[in-house]
Design a protein around this ligand. Sequence first.
Ligand SMILES: [Zn+2]
Ligand SMILES: [Zn+2]
Length: 480
Amino acid sequence: MPNPRIAITSGDPAGIGPEIAAAAALDSRVLAVCEPMVYGVADGRRFTPGVLSAEAGRAAYDTIVRAVEDAQNGRVNAIATAPVNKEAFHLADLPWAGHTDLLKHLTGARDVAMMFYAEALRVVLATVHIALADVPRVLTQASLESTIGLTAGALPHFGFASPRIAVAGLNPHAGEHGLFGREEETAIAPAIAACRDRGIDVRGPYPGDTVFVRARRGEFDVVIACYHDQGLIPVKLLAFGEAVNVTLGDTIVRAVEDAQNGRVNAIATAPVNKEAFHLADLPWAGHTDLLKHLTGARDVAMMFYAEALRVVLATVHIALADVPRVLTQASLESTIGLTAGALPHFGFASPRIAVAGLNPHAGEHGLFGREEETAIAPAIAACRDRGIDVRGPYPGDTVFVRARRGEFDVVIACYHDQGLIPVKLLAFGEAVNVTLGLPIVRTSVDHGTAFDIAGRGVANPESMIAAVLLAARLAKSRSA
Ligand SMILES: [Zn+2]
Ligand SMILES: [Zn+2]
């Protein structure tokens, strides 16, 4: 077979798409394996770089329509797309949130899914560009069965003949048997069971904050994430600029480069089991709640501290569906204040704090949720007025990459998995959990009770050791 012909659509003409499409078409590695054909603005109109417009959105749309027509009538074998601007689509009255929706419409595909493919990790998103508050409703047993089926059907084309598929949970700790949300029991587990009955090797739901670590270590070939940031945070941390976004479906193949692409001074705690607390009628979801109660502290926050990354959680052990309601301007101001007050004890005299958005792309100016505008931005503005160096809200899928590169000293995450996925990927077994706001110093490990390996003498103590060392350092800093 001769080399395939690949349509490269140049995306929004005011963005970087035309440049990267042209560069890709000239690249010797590309030319060695295919015949690239660039699809750009048809009539040679010029657009000012960086200027958002309905005309540019419409031009990008027309380009994609031509490429899809050519793919359907066999003039090209596949399409690789440069980025479009979702706001430009919106200005042009095009109702699609992005390429995936548009391609589904143009091709009449019944079900599609978005996969990010990299050597280090492969992730399929069960939901994509919708407000986080809508995810628990949109993620149904039927939709997840479809996503699992598309994944199982596609992976053999990527060299995984019998793919091992893991599904992440929606809620913290995959709901911890219903303690923090029931979607795992009502939708996710039934979808997995139905797909296993069809012979698919799919397992889960597994806690979102560790399933990507396990996949990276080779236990699974692909992870299905429940929502945008859950899947994109690990992809971008492990493979920024290398991951390829592939649309899975039955009628078309698309790939796009990810171009965005007293007696003691301190306490160090070993893990407790939250279900055991529950069985004992103890109402606290964990150490942080319990210590808040025992010490009478008004506001506390959970920070994970590692050399590679520092993350504070704005909400912790609650169902994901409750996060948009619980995360208020007042609660976020409290978390930002605690963070600003605590970081100097960790050696950051003037901490640079970033806040992650709640929704995909931090809501993209209200297109996918408004909590950024109603709660998060006002909290940031109020804290800046108090002299705190806090910025955002920034898209969750890239803010941790920026922090890791040194742009920020700490990131405030809106919810459990958003903050813990990056911490565990970058510093598994090294991160220390610190409670901010308590009148005592408390540090802890970054993992749970691991009943499955308990009693065998194989548990790794590194995080516990790190917790003790950090407690000692903080206790010294406080008494200095
Ligand atoms: Zn947790
Ligand atoms: Zn996105």
